[in-house]
Ligand binder design. Structure first.
Ligand SMILES: Nc1ncnc2c1ncn2[C@@H]1O[C@H](COP(=O)(O)OP(=O)(O)O)[C@@H](O)[C@H]1O
Ligand SMILES: [Mg+2]
Length: 303
């Protein structure tokens, strides 16, 4: 029987010299889900993934990934897959050779052929098998990268910004691949900057400056956000923006399209705001959540 927990860490940290890049991190990720790991550049996402993959020794703390202890990095590596934009696709090898090369590292010789074929089929790569990887478009190269990471059927797959730089259609195709993988029981731990992709994750963790700030489903994170959000429709955007910003109880205001969006401490501001235009309450987006935790002001939720 497969564990119900794919990843569990206790006080896992990373220091370089005196700089603490990951503050003691205690994280639990359920099996078989898409888990989104969000944070601004430099937050420590890649460092976390490298520790959880058994390639970077933690400075302190313990953890279990796919049932293997982080104190046994080779066991972890055999049970996980790891793909990032730069990783392990050789341009002058064919698609098939790339997958075969990776399979040979982890599988018994007689299992390599069937695993390579199954992976090429599963990821829709079969028709490109004889093409050099360098000839593939960005989206297909990224698919190949995932193929090389899953050929040994890892229980946990780490994807570090898998869709960075891809066009919207290629991004959507790649998410189909991700869902197919979880449907067959793989846990996918993915980092992304795209908020529409964060919405697609079953659970999220938010990291900034090496600190875990929040964890939950997209709905929970939205619901936990303090304050109330409004949209004000008005023909006088700039004036309304300044008027809203000047009000007591308003913590932020900005223009989106033909509306002014306002964040207020509580619903008491609504009466005054309603005098400025046509007012309606809006539910926070994940972008609101992300900005509130990790944005430049962070005043809403961080001390
Ligand atoms: N080998 C290293 N030595 C010193 N600092 C590092 C090293 N690797 C990463 N860092 C620092 O750790 C922080 C987190 O980096 P990283 O994990 O790559 O963040 P992210 O992936 O979220 O952009 C950054 O401030 C980075 O400069
Ligand atoms: Mg990174």
């Amino acid at each position: 029987m497969q564990d119900t927990v794919a990843i569990h860490t206790e006080h896992l940290s990373k220091r370089y010299g005196r700089t603490e890049v990951i503050a003691p991190l205690s994280l639990t990720v359920a099996s078989g889900i898409v888990f989104g790991y969000l944070g601004p550049n430099g937050a420590g996402k890649t460092t976390t993934i490298r520790m959880l993959s058994g390639v970077l020794p933690p400075s302190s703390g313990t953890g279990t990934v796919a049932g293997a202890s982080l104190s046994d990095p080779e066991a972890v590596k055999a049970r996980i897959g790891y793909a990032n934009q730069a990783a392990s696709v050789y341009g002058d090898l064919t698609v098939e050779e790339n997958v075969r090369f990776k399979a040979a590292l982890y599988l018994r010789p007689r299992d390599v052929g069937p695993a390579v074929n199954a992976t090429l089929e599963r990821l829709g790569l079969a028709r490109w098998r004889a093409h050099k990887a360098a000839q593939l478009s960005g989206g297909w190269r990224q698919r190949l990268c995932i193929g090389t990471a899953v050929v040994h059927e890892p229980r946990v797959l780490f994807l570090d910004e898998p869709t960075a730089g891809l066009d919207p259609v290629a991004r959507r195709d790649l998410w189909d691949v991700i869902y197919d993988l979880t449907a067959s029981g793989t846990t996918v731990f993915v980092t992304t900057h795209y908020m529409d992709e964060a919405e697609r994750c079953q659970e999220l963790a938010l990291l900034a400056d090496g600190h875990l700030l929040a964890q939950g489903t997209p709905q929970q994170l939205r619901a936990q956000l303090p304050g109330v959000r409004y949209a004000l429709r008005t023909p006088h955007l700039a004036e309304t923006l300044h008027a809203a910003r000047a009000l007591d109880g308003v913590t932020g205001a900005w223009i989106i399209g033909d509306e002014v969006r306002v964040v207020a401490d509580d619903a008491r501001t609504a009466t005054v705001l309603a005098r400025l235009g046509e007012l309606r309450e809006v539910t926070p987006s994940l972008e609101d959540v992300f900005v509130a935790y990790a944005g430049p002001t962070r005043s809403e939720v961080r001390a």
